[in-house]
Design a protein. Structure first.
Length: 309
């Protein structure tokens, strides 16, 4: 008869309980059954990644090739790399320095970001926080403008700006940004501002704040994720815009980076594909840096504004 105070644990040389062996065997069987599916999933992911990265590797390799070796070549990486494609960028294009194209693009991108943040945030505050007659109808009409293709408005806008003698200026490319014509960004900010606690507005009104004070001191600081999300998209869209500058700008010293790339392909001379690819990679750096600096806010803004009803 064993004493209640004595331990019944097995000794150092005793074998482990037999009940653990079936559990380990079941886990091993489960792992063996899942292994083929997991292996196929990883191999498929690697194949998709290779397809996605192929153009990137080709462009990087093409920037170190001669122009005559780029077209029709299936080689990803050059056999005899050269750096003259990058050094030629310092010489400019058609007597226009490369820095001019980047300065013009940066001016348009920053101006577009400022215009979108100011005009769209004011419009979104009115739709989200102010009750006025016809608010829902006007908001619906604004959202309906997203269905209009860009090419439908292209000719009327061009005729309008030509009659106003604004061709070959940056005004047609920036004016709409300061008039809240980008319905997508207004909608993004409205969805975010509607989710802000209304008690904050009521407390501010009790303290004597008007709409502008509430907008500036309460709504804007709390809407930072939505504002930065709009800024990122606006900067990228403006930097990569090709159709707008192509239509409204006529002088090379006013061209943006996208139009500067077009100048490498001359129909009357030999196309400099190597220089064009090298400049396209350099043109990606500002966008990449801007995105990496604010990507955290981009994810927060999309999660908290655009995907909520």
């Amino acid at each position: 008869m064993s004493s209640p105070g004595l331990s019944t644990a097995p000794g150092p040389g005793a074998p482990p309980p037999a009940s653990g062996a079936p559990a380990r065997s079941a886990r091993a069987d489960g792992l063996r059954r899942k292994l083929p599916g997991s292996l196929a999933w990883h191999l498929g992911s690697l194949a998709i990644l290779a397809v996605i990265l192929y153009p990137v590797v080709w462009v990087i390799g093409g920037s170190f090739k001669k122009s005559e070796d780029i077209v029709g070549s299936l080689d990803l990486l050059p056999g005899d790399p050269i750096t003259s494609n990058y050094t030629r960028l310092t010489e400019g294009i058609a007597d226009v320095p490369i820095s001019t194209f980047f300065t013009n693009s940066l001016l348009l991108a920053v101006g577009s970001v400022v215009g979108i943040l100011v005009s769209c945030s004011l419009t979104a505050y009115a739709f989200a926080k102010i009750r006025f007659a016809g608010r829902n109808l006007l908001f619906t009409l604004m959202i309906g403008t997203l269905l209009l293709p860009y090419h439908v408005l292209l000719i009327p806008q061009y005729v309008l700006f030509r009659n106003m003698d604004m061709i070959n200026t940056y005004t047609p490319l920036l004016l709409g940004k300061y008039l809240a014509t980008e319905a997508f960004f207004v909608f993004l900010m409205v969805q975010f501002m509607r989710n802000l606690p209304r008690e904050l507005d009521e407390a501010a009104r009790l303290d004597g704040c008007g709409h502008f004070r509430i907008y500036w001191s309460i709504v804007l600081p709390l809407s930072r994720p939505a504002l930065i999300t709009s800024a990122i998209f606006t900067f990228i869209n403006s930097w990569n815009d090709f159709m707008g500058p192509l239509i409204y700008l006529n002088e090379p010293d006013k061209y943006t980076v996208s139009l500067g790339l077009k100048m490498f392909v001359d129909q009357e001379a030999v196309a400099d594909y190597g220089g064009m690819i090298a400049m396209s990679l350099v043109a990606l750096l500002p966008v990449l840096a801007f995105f990496l600096a604010f990507q955290r806010y981009l994810i927060d803004g999309m999660a908290t504004s655009g995907l909520k009803g």
